[in-house]
Design a protein around this ligand. Sequence first.
Ligand code: UGA
Ligand code: MN
Length: 308
Amino acid sequence: MLLPQAKESKVNENLSNKMALGKSIKMYLTIFVATTCIYMVLYQYHMSRQPLATNELVKPPLYIITPTYRRPEQLAELTRLGYTLKHVLNLLWLVIEDANKTNPLVAHTLDRIGVPYEYLVAPMPEQYKLTKRAKPRGVSNRNRGLDYLRANATEGVLYFADDDNTYDVNIFEQMRYTKKVSMWPVGLVTKTGVSSPIIREGKLDGYYDGWIGGRKYPVDMAGFAVSVKFLHERPHAKMPFKPGYEEDGFLRSLAPLQNNEIELLADECREILTWHTQTKKNPAALPFNQTRYGNTNLAFIEKLLVRP
Ligand code: UGA
Ligand code: MN
């Protein structure tokens, strides 16, 4: 049996033990919190000093110049191309219509797709519109795109993407790092079935295309990209209003350009990642019968039809 005095000292001892335990828990907690804070500060400092990480996040911008014009297929073509471009980062889509004013239906379609875009107009000059011979399609549109880039862009890469072609998204990542001009094959062009640079022993050695026509660069519009910096170094470069010679004329206007400065993409031109698809032409929609269908849903969708 413990004496009352001994009992009291036992209680005191328990109390001081508990206080000591409380103190050490507090101490460990403080050390833990302090270490975590120091670790977080060091980690943030380390991350902020990583140049590669930021470079990977911000890729060089791509400027996709798409000529378009009013016709029944227009919104379908832009929708298909737009959702392809939606897979590509840091891209500005320059949609340029061969018209005197913009069309709210096109703007609505572009808004719905949600790819960053500029919607501009650049009509074909009257003299070409009236000709019975081949017309220089999409030329004023593309030159308008070049003017836009000269005024608004400093770096990155430009590419002429017609609204009716087919594009594998891989080609966009490959063209993004073009130093001057890059090239690659385009399927469904002329009787050869493909238009492509010819690579022999690792070097550009001419072009394969069903129609050469005395061109220095017998390539399709979908088969090359150009660096924006390089475009700035060639302030007079532009596309001629010369049917069949638009690509050749533009590439020639980038002179001086050595053959060994042309980068060969798509696995050194062994792959086809772009196609010159052509859509079947559709007749204009019949006029809407307001009396018969005015109070139905058709009154809404007939407003969405692009009539030439
Ligand atoms: C082929 C080439 O792929 C084009 O790059 C080239 O401009 C054209 O030939 C040509 O040399 O005339 P193709 O499929 O025959 O193209 O022509 P389209 O697809 O009808 O037109 C090319 C681009 O210009 C399209 O993006 C189209 O929307 C646009 N375009 C066409 C206009 O802006 N206005 C027009 O009157 C016709
Ligand atoms: Mn086409």
